[in-house]
Design a protein around this ligand. Structure first.
Ligand SMILES: Cc1cc2nc3c(=O)[nH]c(=O)nc-3n(C[C@H](O)[C@H](O)[C@H](O)COP(=O)(O)OP(=O)(O)OC[C@H]3O[C@@H](n4cnc5c(N)ncnc54)[C@H](O)[C@@H]3O)c2cc1C
Length: 547
């Protein structure tokens, strides 16, 4: 049971801070802000539960001072606060499980300063990623951060969830780009990290808040490194005889000191989805190719003619039925995929000066050929570049047939990467269809990005299957000493596995939380489960011990 906080007059009090037009208690807004892009929340909607955790109010502050006043007000009244960027998080990071106030930061969206000498940009947290990149591009620069969600995520969300862009192997993840932060602490104080290119001696204060998922404060402004816009970009595709040889190819390239902007290896089935035009070369059988089309297309377009529409309806119904049938029996499909050719597609790309790109491309081609790769030329890379943001938006048709799709991004060192890949596939196979690609490479190791899909005609059973699938997958990762989150964050979905990964880290985090957020107003239920924090002596606004 939630510990009640005083709700009477809340909207009026908040309006006194941000102005009447910037507070909402409308039901439509409460529904929209009751979840993010966590697929489990999408399953709740299919169960007919479209607003499981409504916030009490949503506010849109327009200045840092207003954010300070909001936090100070909620701190005094013990009201939960949920910082909100664009809600593109996929782990339930913005779900207001204890009600409270959603602070949507999108009105804080200015680029404040571009420093041509230091090569840094200072911007407010609510700016949408693509808008920031467009502004930099206009001035001849790039941030080098291109998550697939760049059109629908914010700078603050990237920082709070430790985001990685598609070009992270060259530019790093968001935590590698940050050089200064301004954070409003839960009592309303403004904390600014020093204005220097690198951390001073002692604790790196930036990294204390990067990845804190709104649990320690609200990031309002940041200074980030930027780069001159590339003059040339080139991509190339290769096939490898197997995942083993392909991952050895990635390791060889990274350890040779090359800095590819893109370096990605698809496992055999993901290779077919990633690059359907080379499907024949990768020898899929006909049935699997049809499945790929069914899984990745949004269905026939309707036409104005009645007969054609009827035919379209019939086709759509048939396709729905086929996808349902296939995804309800994932073991069969997973077994069929195991019989595929083991060949895998790699796409690699370089950007920068002409000379850098040409030299790197030649060197990488030589290294990969020596590892048994077949050069497919620039076409697969061009195909990837043109579709680089498309695949993530193709999931809705699957939800429409009563299925779910989700992704799990984990990482490990080279010695444990393939055992982890095999263990996760084995663990998940009974519950859902699974495929993966390897990306975000380092000299020490690499990330694996698994995609799952499963179906059940009963929405309740679908949720249970979802939980079992995730439980089995994350357990396998922990057993193989991998990390449970490379760049999507922890949110609610992985919170229960944090102790498995960090051991007694919960008591350190609890100490920090008690000091910075003594009434526990900041984003309850995220990073670590409430129960574990409460047991460690943390007060959590809206929560009671022994729930
Ligand atoms: C189609 C799609 C593709 C995606 N591709 C990628 C990808 O390539 N790489 C990647 O890293 N992620 C990806 N994601 C996940 C998601 O976009 C990232 O997690 C992103 O960082 C979230 O940004 P947001 O602004 O939407 O944050 P939100 O979802 O609004 O919030 C995420 C978390 O950050 C906290 N938060 C937000 N703003 C602040 C702030 N200013 N101060 C303090 N806390 C804050 C929230 O409370 C929450 O805990 C994808 C998601 C989708 C839907």
């Amino acid at each position: 049971m939630n510990k009640p906080f005083e709700r009477r007059g809340l909207a009026t009090d908040l309006a006194a801070i941000v102005g009447e037009g910037n507070v909402s208690v409308r039901q439509a807004d409460k529904i929209a802000y009751s979840r993010d892009m966590w697929p489990k929340a999408q399953i709740w909607v299919h169960q007919g539960d479209s607003c499981r955790y409504p916030p009490d109010c949503i506010v849109w502050p327009h200045s840092v001072e207003q954010v300070q006043q909001l936090l100070s007000f909620c701190h005094e009244r013990r009201i939960p606060i949920i910082p909100y960027g664009a809600g593109s998080g996929v782990c339930g990071g913005t779900i207001p499980i204890r009600g409270g106030v959603i602070i949507d930061l999108k009105a804080l969206n200015r680029v404040l300063h571009i420093d041509d000498r230091a090569l840094t940009v200072e911007a407010e947290s609510g700016i949408i990623g693509q808008h920031l990149e467009m502004e930099l591009e206009r001035r001849g620069y790039t941030l080098g951060h291109f998550p697939s969600s760049i059109y629908c995520s914010t700078l603050g969300g990237w920082l709070a969830a430790r985001s990685a862009g598609q070009y992270s192997s060259k530019y790093g993840k968001i935590e590698d780009m940050v050089s200064r932060l301004e954070v409003v602490l839960p009592g309303g104080q403004l904390f600014t990290t020093p204005r220097v290119p690198a951390p001073l001696g002692g604790v790196d204060w930036n990294q204390l808040f990067v990845g804190s998922e709104g649990c320690l404060g609200v990031i309002t402004t940041s200074v980030l490194k930027m780069h001159p816009a590339p003059i040339k970009r080139s991509f190339r595709g290769f096939t490898f005889p197997s995942v083993r040889e392909g991952t050895e190819g990635i390791r060889t390239v990274m350890q040779a000191g090359l800095t590819p902007c893109l370096l990605r290896l698809y496992d055999p089935f993901d290779s077919l989805i990633a690059y359907q035009s080379d499907a024949a070369a990768l020898s899929a059988d006909q049935a699997l190719q049809s499945l790929i089309k069914a899984l990745t297309s949004s269905g026939p377009k309707s036409t104005p003619k009645r007969r054609a529409t009827r035919f379209g309806d019939w086709q759509r119904a048939l396709k729905k039925q086929a996808v349902r049938m296939i995804l309800s029996r994932p073991s069969m499909l997973n077994m069929a995929v195991e019989r595929l050719s083991e060949r895998c597609l790699m796409v690699i790309g370089f950007e920068g000066t002409s000379e850098h790109v040409d030299d790197s491309d030649a060197l990488a081609t030589g290294l990969l050929a020596a590892r048994g790769a077949r050069d497919l030329g620039p076409e697969p890379g061009r195909h990837w570049y043109e579709h680089r943001y498309a695949i993530s938006y193709k999931q809705s048709p699957l939800y429409a047939v009563g299925a779910f799709v989700d992704t799990m991004e984990v990482a490990s060192t080279w010695d444990r990467l393939l055992p982890m890949y095999a263990a996760v596939k084995r663990a998940v196979a009974p519950y859902g269809f699974i495929m993966a690609h390897f990306s975000h490479a380092y000299t020490e190791g690499c990330s694996i990005y698994f995609t799952f899909a499963a179906c059940d005609s009963d929405p309740q059973a679908l949720e249970e299957r979802y939980d079992r699938l995730w439980g089995a997958g994350l357990r396998a990762v922990v057993e193989q000493s991998g990390t449970i989150s490379h760049h999507h964050g922890v949110g609610m979905s992985k919170a229960h596995f944090m102790t498995n990964e960090y051991g007694d880290g919960v008591s350190l985090f609890a100490g920090l939380k008690k000091m910075l957020d003594p009434h526990g107003i900041m984003n309850p239920g995220k990073l670590w489960p409430d129960a574990e924090l409460i047991d460690a002596g943390v007060e959590l606004a809206g929560a009671t011990r022994g729930e």
